[in-house]
Design a protein around this ligand. Structure first.
Ligand SMILES: *Cc1c(COP(=O)(O)O)cnc(C)c1O
Length: 239
């Protein structure tokens, strides 16, 4: 094995151990949690190695980087998640490879996604990104909609052609009442998911937790964790 392959294998095994331990501690079955490896800033060659080691879900946050990478990896049995702030002018490209867009946070984006999904003859899964630190504007600094805005957006996704409402996503806030309180933040997301599922029973995905806080997310009940650094290493630049 090459050094890089060896490094990824070791990291992946460690992350797998962490997820398994967190599931056991929470009394959850390991298969209730899906690992999504965030591959931003890392090359297609790493994605190939991940697929070889059994990873089936990868995530990217910038279309400019993701589009060519996904094209290079089109032969692999992977599902691509888009997790970054998404401008409407990138939607056509993103719909070309993304199976799930986790950063749905405004009506204009839903309209654009629906139009392009229909045009491409695809069904795109959508998660509403929740900003637990949203200010007066009702929006988070790193994207996301305030909890009060979830229902309207979810209803819009649910009745939009070409889109499938899959659930909720959040990033633990760095500011506001949840700063440094990941478990409380993820518990709040779970409550919001329970509310959402009353009207949309199939929207069961709860995407929360990253390298630093995946245990909190699993404890709270997340169904998907998004892990970059712990699998691929510290990114050379902010991605
Ligand atoms: C980069 C990123 C992650 C992964 O973060 P790590 O700390 O590297 O595990 C998860 N979610 C989103 C939305 C990201 O942009």
């Amino acid at each position: 094995m090459t050094d890089r392959k060896d490094e990824i294998a070791r990291n992946l095994a460690q992350v797998e151990e962490r997820i398994a331990a967190a599931c056991a501690a929470a009394g959850r079955s390991r298969d209730e949690v899906t690992l999504i490896v965030v591959t931003k800033t890392y090359p297609a060659a790493d994605v190939r190695v991940l697929a070889e080691f059994g990873v089936r879900h990868v995530a990217e946050n910038r279309d400019q980087e993701a589009a060519p990478k996904a094209a290079e990896c089109a032969d692999l049995p992977l599902r691509w998640h888009f997790v970054g702030q998404l401008q409407t002018n990138k939607v056509r490209s993103v719909v070309g490879y993304a199976d799930v867009v986790q950063s749905v946070d405004r009506p204009r984006l839903v309209t654009a996604l629906s139009k392009e999904a229909v045009r491409a003859g695809r069904e795109v899964g959508c998660l509403i990104q929740v900003a637990l630190d949203a200010g007066e504007s009702g929006r988070g600094e790193r994207g996301g909609v305030a909890p009060e805005g979830i229902e309207e957006l979810a209803d819009l996704v649910a009745r939009s052609e070409g889109l499938r409402l899959d659930g909720l996503m959040t990033v633990a806030p760095l500011t506001g009442q949840y700063a440094g309180r990941q478990r409380a933040a993820f518990d709040r997301l779970m409550d919001l998911s329970t509310d959402l599922r009353r009207g949309h029973p199939a929207a069961t995905m709860v995407s929360a937790g990253m390298s630093a806080d995946l245990e909190h997310a699993v404890a709270a009940g997340a169904t998907h964790v998004r892990v970059g650094t712990a699998v691929l290493g510290v990114r050379p630049r902010l991605g």
